[in-house]
Design a protein around this ligand. Structure first.
Ligand code: 5GP
Length: 188
């Protein structure tokens, strides 16, 4: 996606350990015009896929997911990173975060991820694929079906995407970063 790649090159910043900061337009300040184009592109790429729900993980996945849900007129569910004390009837799994270097639980209510649901997972980044694996587990636990996975940015050098594609999952990434070596952003 050309405008996204140009924006990453213009405003993205590299940090040691293979971290790309896009705080200026995705992760802190958000550009809703770009986010709308991101939603349109996901809709185009998953046009032939049967979906009845969009799922993401709070917080950074919510903006692209709501754009997709809005365009497709489908509900959007975000997995929560903290179990609310009032939440019963829930599914939970553990995800390792490499940016935070710790594991956390993500959970979703069985009321909103149901048997037979055909869900599209949308998130900001795909790195090692741990968040994606957590969602795959939640979808399995719910007896739902994973229709596909869409990421704004995939860091190809961390290989989560290879693993997901090997499993036969339809993965779409709008910008693929080949390397962040020497703090230089190389986009495929
Ligand atoms: P994974 O679970 O695929 O290893 O990592 C994906 C999650 O970690 C994303 O949801 C994102 O929040 C965070 N993440 C991974 N790599 C980066 C990065 O380079 N920059 C930012 N801002 N977040 C990242």
């Amino acid at each position: 996606m050309k405008i996204l790649k140009e924006r990453i090159l213009k405003d993205g910043k590299c940090f040691p350990g293979g971290i790309l900061k896009v705080d200026n337009f995705i992760n802190h300040q958000m550009d809703p015009i770009l986010m709308k184009s991101i939603g349109v592109e996901f809709v185009r790429r998953f046009a032939s896929t049967s979906i009845n729900k969009v799922i993401t993980v709070e917080a950074s996945g919510i903006a692209p997911a709501i754009m997709v849900g809005y365009l497709l007129e489908l509900p959007v569910v975000f997995a929560k990173k903290k179990k609310p004390s009032t939440m019963e009837n829930m599914l939970a799994t553990t995800v390792f975060s490499f940016t935070k270097n710790r594991s956390y639980e993500v959970c979703v209510s069985k009321d909103f991820l149901c048997p037979g649901d055909k869900v599209l997972f949308v998130d900001d980044f795909l790195a090692n694929g741990n968040a994606a694996k957590g969602i795959i587990d939640l979808v399995k636990q719910a007896d739902a079906e994973l229709a596909g996975m869409g990421f704004i940015i995939e860091k190809a050098f961390q290989h989560g995407g290879d693993e997901l594609r090997k499993q036969g999952i339809h993965v779409e990434s709008l910008a693929i970063i080949e390397s962040l070596d020497n703090c230089e952003i190389k986009i495929k």
